[in-house]
Design a protein around this ligand. Structure first.
Ligand code: C5P
Length: 221
């Protein structure tokens, strides 16, 4: 096969957590490190693609050869994704916050010694579903991720249908595995036709390279 299987392809990757502000100093976030999404972006660039990496706040280095777009919130991430399209392949590896505070205060909420401030949440837009269900300008191949702690495969099957993506990478993020924030990952790759592969535990960089090989093969058919 060609040494540059994604030459001439435009690839969009989301990675990292989102930060949803409560006030100027506080936010809601999650334990995503961005390692798996960044590894996929790096592997896609190495495979010859033109890569845009839309990343939430992370503390890992930028992959080489990709165009970085840095965002904080889910809504900023959706806007950045829409601005980065069109793409042949879109991989939604970010751990997008499901909810955000209804309002973000302009000044720091004060501790007044008695009342605890209420925290009301609203749902964030689902970036993956929004793009996967587009009728115009949908990337040829849309890949979602599923971070699950139980019934990983069953939840992944349900998710691939509900989100409208072509492929889903499911991983077990129960605390014992140390996937979230760690450097290794055990993934299951599912397709809409019912296909399922379970891969051995691998370094996230290796998972990224193998996933990119699969995506390139599917794009080529
Ligand atoms: O529903 P759940 O959050 O488990 O779905 C995970 C998949 O959906 C991931 O690919 C994630 O990047 C994407 N997602 C998204 N926008 C959201 C929530 C999840 O793109 N608001």
């Amino acid at each position: 096969s060609s040494p540059k299987p994604l030459a001439g392809r435009r690839v969009l990757v989301t990675s990292g957590p989102t930060h949803e502000p409560i006030d100027p100093v506080r936010y809601l976030a999650n334990r995503s490190s961005g390692r798996q999404g960044h590894a996929i972006a790096a592997a896609a660039a190495a495979a010859g693609a033109e890569v845009v990496l839309v990343s939430g706040p992370v503390s890992i280095p930028d992959p080489t050869g990709v165009t970085m777009v840095r965002v904080e919130t889910a809504r900023e991430m959706l806007a950045a994704v829409e601005a980065a399209l069109p793409a042949d392949l879109a991989i939604f590896a970010a751990a997008v916050g499901d909810w955000r505070p209804v309002e973000s205060r302009d000044s720091k909420i004060k501790k007044d010694g008695s009342a605890v401030p209420p925290l009301s949440l609203v749902e964030n837009p689902d970036i993956l579903a929004t793009i996967a269900k587009r009728t115009e300008g949908r990337p040829t191949l849309v890949v979602g991720f599923a971070a699950e702690t139980d019934a990983v495969i069953a939840h992944a099957r349900e998710k691939i249908a509900r989100k409208g993506c072509d492929l889903l990478v499911a991983n077990d993020v129960s605390a014992a595995g140390g996937v979230m924030g760690g450097t290794a990952n055990t993934v299951h790759l599912l397709d809409r036709e019912g296909g399922l592969e379970t891969w051995p535990t691998l370094d996230k960089d290796e998972v990224g390279r193998r996933l990119v090989e699969r995506f390139a093969a599917r794009l080529a058919t």
